[in-house]
Ligand binder design. Structure first.
Ligand code: HEM
Length: 391
């Protein structure tokens, strides 16, 4: 049943399929052995429950030289896919760089970047929002935070895109991600050597010095953590910008309202995250016998949590399919919930807010000049291309 996620129609608009899934129950035992969770409260409870996690990383008997493994030969996973206590230890090491106060300090630089990108688009007149604005903004921001040279940005885009595919559940994954992961690892190992000799005062240099101090961060964990930040901070925010602008273009009255009162942008960003979530699903493993909603779930069962469906649960959201920038404090699971709640949430929200400010405040209306083209991924929902023209 979940293969239906892959059809071209569902990729363009997954919401009718989600409604069919939800109608079979907010928690539904699919014939293919998965529990599919599409109800808001059920998904939220599952993500907060210690009975669900990611389980033990797999052992690689004969690892490739650029496939980091620990002393037991287990694949080194990023903390996105680890359970406590490793998750807690690794998340803590980077979390101080993502506090709202630290992120607020980045605002002037992000404003400068957003203005530059919008000015360039204005000059072009007709442009692709994804290529000119939605892709470059987050990649420049996270590259600067981490301290990876901007000259290497072109290489990241391909790797990062392939790694994004790795977020698709294993029944949907392509093998190209393995190669991308190894190239990424080799890249960060080299960069670690340079930063060890000459630290540059950025997040990656800080992590290199922590890993040199001893037992808190291994070399494998260092490179995987850097990759996580680069990948997680990149395409997700790109998709918030693309999906958000598309929602405005499809709802001209909301577009006009927001352009007329830009103080509504922070609320509109939450509604954009709810209405067309950049991360559509996540997965968990039952670590013991447990329940989700009314369903009994045995240890080892896989749960697919449809965040994009839960965000349109008619029991928790009035008119869930309506895009409404005035919806009072939109509730959503677009940034996750529980111990894996998005570490970059303050940054993502700020990038979105600043960019929408710059575009809607440019003093020129814009419209679409071609049909939007969706990417082929399922977990990360976003546009390949959205061609616009300033009036
Ligand atoms: C985790 C969404 C931007 C870093 C997550 C999760 C979601 C999410 C749904 C939880 C996944 C799960 O529970 O399986 C988003 C969205 C973004 C965004 C929609 C943009 C609109 C960012 C940015 C960064 C970032 C800008 C950092 C630079 C992370 C990290 C985690 C995470 C490190 C793992 C947290 C953990 O496992 O403890 N994000 N994210 N994200 N996000 Fe984001």
């Amino acid at each position: 049943m979940l293969e239906n996620l892959l059809t071209p129609e569902t990729r363009t608009d997954p919401y009718p399929f989600y409604r069919q899934v939800f109608d079979r129950g907010p928690v539904f035992a699919a014939a293919d052995g998965f529990f599919v969770v599409s109800g808001f409260e059920e998904a939220s409870a599952l993500l907060k429950s210690p009975a669900f996690g990611h389980g033990e990383p797999e052992v690689l008997p004969d690892p490739h030289e650029n496939e980091p493994v620990d002393e037991q030969g287990r694949v080194v996973r990023s903390f996105l896919a680890l359970d406590p206590p490793d998750h807690t230890r690794l998340r803590r090491l980077v979390s101080k760089a993502f506090t709202p106060r630290m992120i607020e300090q980045l605002a002037p630089r992000i404003e400068e970047l957003a203005k530059e990108l919008v000015a360039k688009a204005l000059e072009m007149g007709e442009f692709d929002l994804m290529t000119e604005i939605a892709k470059p903004l987050p990649v420049v921001v996270i590259s600067e935070m981490l301290g990876v040279p901007l000259a290497d940005r072109g290489r990241f885009e391909g790797w990062s895109h392939a790694m994004g595919r790795a977020l698709d559940p294993s029944f949907l994954i392509a093998k190209e991600t393995v190669a991308a992961r190894r190239e990424f690892v080799a890249y960060f190992r080299e960069l670690a050597k340079e930063r060890r000799k000459r630290p540059t005062g950025d997040l990656f240099s800080d992590l290199v010095s922590v890993s040199d101090e001893g037992d808190r961060l291994s070399e494998g964990e260092l490179v995987i953590t850097a990759m996580l930040l680069l990948v997680a901070g990149h395409e997700t925010t790109t998709n918030l910008i693309g999906n958000g602008i598309l929602a405005l273009l499809n709802h001209p009255e909301q577009h006009r309202e927001l352009a007329g009162d830009r103080s509504k942008i922070p609320n509109a960003v939450e509604e954009m995250l709810r209405y067309d979530s950049p991360v559509q699903l996540t997965t968990r493993l039952a670590l013991r016998d447990t329940t989700i909603g009314d369903e009994v779930v045995g240890k080892g069962a896989q749960a697919v949590v449809l965040l994009g469906a839960a965000n349109r649960d008619p029991r928790t959201h009035e008119n869930p399919d309506r895009f409404d920038v005035d919806r009072p404090s939109p509730r959503h699971l677009a940034l996750g919930q529980g111990i894996h709640f998005c570490l970059g949430a303050p940054l993502a929200r700020m990038e979105g807010r600043i960019l929408f400010e710059a575009l809607l405040g440019a003093g020129r209306a814009f419209h679409r000049t071609a049909d939007p083209v969706w990417v082929k991924q399922v977990t990360l929902r976003g546009l390949e291309s959205l061609r616009l023209e300033f009036a």
